[in-house]
Design a protein around this ligand. Structure first.
Ligand code: ZN
Length: 318
């Protein structure tokens, strides 16, 4: 039996069921939240998250994969309080989210004499021993590369993630920026580091409608994160579903996972503007709109099960 770590402890991967592979419970700037507490009510926000995730569970989702790491406001104790009130499995990550530099903390904490990057050691500790003394273990690694491309900071984090992957076998999710083709940069480093490409989600690939780009990454063995349904301002709904359907018709259901990259609460935007620019950016959009539209375009129930259950299970199977 293969086990995967969740916030409430290890579970059999065969019980993960319908899995959203890239959603956030909270995305916060922790230092701003602490210093300007008027913007935050802990009890209200935790209760709101519990309500939203219970509503998602009612729709049939059984597992939520949360790639919130350092740089996005990870607070594992807060996630534990939410997890205690929802029937979902919540799987959490370790890693670092930056588009350019590493945080100053890591600038002078560097690998000496070819020894392990101290950053990678922290990631390994989160996977093996648990996060911040809670015993909650990260089950995957997360990093990012965006429009600035493979900056020295981004490359250092990506290589540290690969080293932690090599040491622990934990799978990897990378936030990519397909408009600048950064999936290819990631692939190059992953190959140099001899990462297991079948254990990698190239997140936000679904922002792209360029089939040549997507097929190149899928043929390398990676999973494509078609994981921003609802962010129609980047790529409209119709194009997102058409791209998934067309990859399915070419036999690539085994290369995709589906999600929204939505949050119970994100402080990047004033809350009232999100419904204005992205009215369908929420956890239920997949069930309300995306799955029916995919079926309409000829995607079979078996292919949907592959993307929502089989591929996540394979990704988290040791
Ligand atoms: Zn995300």
């Amino acid at each position: 039996m293969a086990l995967v770590e969740t916030v409430r402890g290890p579970v059999d991967v065969d019980t993960l069921g319908t899995t959203l592979m890239h959603e956030h419970v909270f995305v916060l700037h922790e230092e701003i939240r602490q210093n300007y507490p008027a913007t935050w009510d802990e009890t209200d926000r935790v209760d709101d998250a519990i309500a939203k995730l219970n509503a998602l569970a009612v729709r049939g989702c059984q597992t939520l994969v949360d790639p919130t790491v350092i740089g996005l406001g990870r607070d594992i104790n807060r996630i534990r309080r939410v997890a205690a009130g929802v029937p979902l499995n919540i799987i959490v990550a370790t890693g670092l989210y930056t588009y350019e530099k590493v945080p100053h903390y890591f600038e002078y904490r560097v690998s000496r004499d070819g020894s392990t990057d101290p950053m990678a050691e922290l990631f390994v500790g989160d996977i093996r021993d648990g996060i911040a003394g809670t015993g909650v273990k990260a089950a995957f690694l997360k990093c990012a590369i965006d429009e600035p491309g493979l900056t020295p900071g981004v490359e250092r984090v990506l290589r540290a993630v690969c080293r932690a992957h090599a040491e622990t076998g934990a799978p990897i999710t990378v936030h990519t920026h397909p408009a600048s083709g950064t999936g290819r940069d990631v692939l190059r480093i992953l190959r140099e580091e001899r990462a297991d490409l079948t254990k990698v989600v190239l997140g936000h690939s679904g922002d792209s409608t360029d089939l040549d780009y997507l097929l190149e990454l899928a043929d390398a063995g990676c999973l494509l994160g078609m994981d921003r349904f609802g962010i129609d301002v980047i790529t409209p709904f119709e194009k997102r579903v058409a791209t998934v359907a067309s990859l399915c018709s070419r036999g690539y259901a085994e290369s995709m996972v589906l999600s929204h990259d939505a949050s119970c609460y994100i402080d990047w935007f004033p809350p009232e503007v999100i419904p204005m620019f992205a009215p369908r950016w929420h956890f239920e959009h997949l069930f309300d709109d995306v799955l029916p539209a995919l079926r309409e375009l000829g995607v079979t129930d078996a292919q949907l099960t592959t993307m929502l259950e089989v591929n996540p299970r394979r990704y988290f199977s040791g």
